[in-house]
Design a protein around this ligand. Structure first.
Ligand SMILES: Cc1cc2nc3c(=O)[nH]c(=O)nc-3n(C[C@H](O)[C@H](O)[C@H](O)COP(=O)(O)OP(=O)(O)OC[C@H]3O[C@@H](n4cnc5c(N)ncnc54)[C@H](O)[C@@H]3O)c2cc1C
Length: 293
């Protein structure tokens, strides 16, 4: 790994609590930080060739890593894989670019389409994987194509119509594709109007979500015909706490880390919420947060 990404970009026994927005998670055996397409590809190939498990990490904003950590290689893209290029109304971002940065840049250039993403604390790669969305926008609505590493190691460009993007679903997720870059098809717009929309969405988010506490955003997917947060609130679970983890009092859809929470605490809260909501309303909530380790 050191030969591929250089000595400084390989970390041993790296605490995952420092790479997740939940601020939870034990050590990963190795965490490597590639800085180019070739390095990402070579790291993945080296893992595959030596049979080492690997996991591609964006900003860790949708992730609960176990207290025991991860036995394998974390391929971390948020720090070194962050180039952006513009061609007319199209913007191409490497997978580690943050949605916040991409939407800011689009705004400055007078390109509309990414406003919905300004408050989602993930990377482009993680957002494509999840088909991240908010306030009536989602990746499927603005993506043109992605450049990916296929399961056989080959590189391919896949158009948005062939990505099977659905509610928090994608081919990237189903087939284990690794996103290298994403190209967005945006529209010319008035920078002031774009900024005003972003400010409005940021204000909405700040007033409703517990952004002052570490979390991984909405803990559960929206069940068909219901809202997870409302079911949890109606079940009387707001504030329910195990150790340092609790259902947020500000937004019942979020499990938050009140300080010193372990992954076991969060799992215990999630399981209790699932059981209690099912007992009271007959709906089994499915986690949106991904579990690792
Ligand atoms: C406060 C807060 C608010 C949030 N609000 C929203 C919201 O409004 N809407 C929403 O959709 N989500 C929201 N989220 C959840 C999260 O930010 C998104 O799901 C985001 O897209 C995850 O991106 P990430 O880079 O952090 O991915 P990570 O958490 O690092 O990874 C998530 C998954 O994506 C995979 N992945 C990451 N990069 C790649 C890549 N390059 N190629 C292939 N797979 C990859 C990982 O392997 C993992 O399985 C919120 C989270 C927080 C903490």
């Amino acid at each position: 790994m050191r030969q591929i990404v250089g000595e400084d970009n390989v970390l041993i026994d790296e605490p995952m609590s420092e790479h997740t927005t939940f601020e939870i998670g034990g050590p990963a055996d190795l965490l490597v930080v590639p800085e180019s397409t070739e390095e990402v590809r070579d790291v993945i190939e080296a893992c595959r060739a030596s049979g080492l498990p690997y996991f591609v990490l964006g900003n860790g904003s949708d992730l609960l890593v176990s207290d025991e950590g991860y036995r394998g290689v974390i391929v971390a893209l948020a720090d070194g894989f962050t180039n952006v290029s513009i061609d007319g109304d199209e913007m191409t971002c490497q997978a580690g670019v943050s949605l916040r940065e991409a939407s800011e840049m689009a705004c400055e250039l007078g390109l509309s389409g990414l406003e919905f993403a300004c408050g989602i604390p993930g990377t482009i790669g993680g957002a494509c994987f999840m088909n991240a969305g908010a306030y009536d926008g989602c990746m499927a609505g603005v993506l043109k194509s992605v450049r990916v590493i296929m399961p056989d190691g080959s590189l391919e460009t896949i158009g948005v119509d062939d990505l099977a993007l659905g509610y928090r679903a994608s081919r990237i997720r189903d087939e284990g594709l690794v996103v290298l870059t994403a190209t967005f098809r945006l529209r010319k717009g008035d920078p002031e109007a774009i900024r005003a929309r972003m400010d409005d969405l940021t204000h909405k988010r700040e007033s409703k979500q517990p952004l002052d506490k570490p979390s991984a955003g909405s803990t559960f997917k929206r069940p068909e015909g219901y809202f997870a947060g409302k079911l949890i609130m109606d079940a009387g679970l707001q504030g329910y706490q195990v150790g340092g983890a609790a259902v947020s009092k500000k937004h019942a859809g979020f499990v938050v880390n009140l300080g010193g929470a372990t992954a076991a605490d969060v799992h215990a809260v999630i399981e209790h919420v699932q059981d209690e909501v099912e007992r009271q309303f007959g709906v089994r909530l499915e986690p949106e947060v991904r579990f690792l380790g």
